[in-house]
Design a binder for this molecule. Structure first.
Ligand SMILES: [Ca+2]
Length: 95
């Protein structure tokens, strides 16, 4: 597979690694989302000092209001984080 194909495959694999732990296998409940972010995005979560920030994040991602994060909602988050990383590196390229 190409790098991008590998990357897409990895995102799907990581979502299911956590979504299949408890309850509905195709959605992340808040505890599963927290575990995923803590282990898979440590450079993002190390700045979260207030535990209620996870509650706010979950509420923000939960577009359909079912208190779970499905794959589409998760991908919205991944897209936002990726765009932020891209902007960050664009602005820090010359430093
Ligand atoms: Ca949802």
């Amino acid at each position: 597979m190409s790098d991008l194909e590998n990357c897409l495959n990895t995102i799907i694999h990581i979502f299911h690694k956590y979504s299949e732990r408890e309850g509905d296998k195709n959605t992340l409940k808040k505890s599963e989302l927290k575990e995923l972010l803590t282990h898979e995005l440590p450079s993002f979560t190390q700045h979260i000092k207030d535990p209620s920030s996870f509650d706010s994040l979950m509420e923000g991602l939960d577009a359909d209001g079912d208190a779970e994060c499905d794959f589409q909602e998760f991908m919205t988050f991944i897209t936002m984080v990726t765009i932020c990383c891209h902007e960050f590196f664009e602005h820090h390229e010359d430093e």
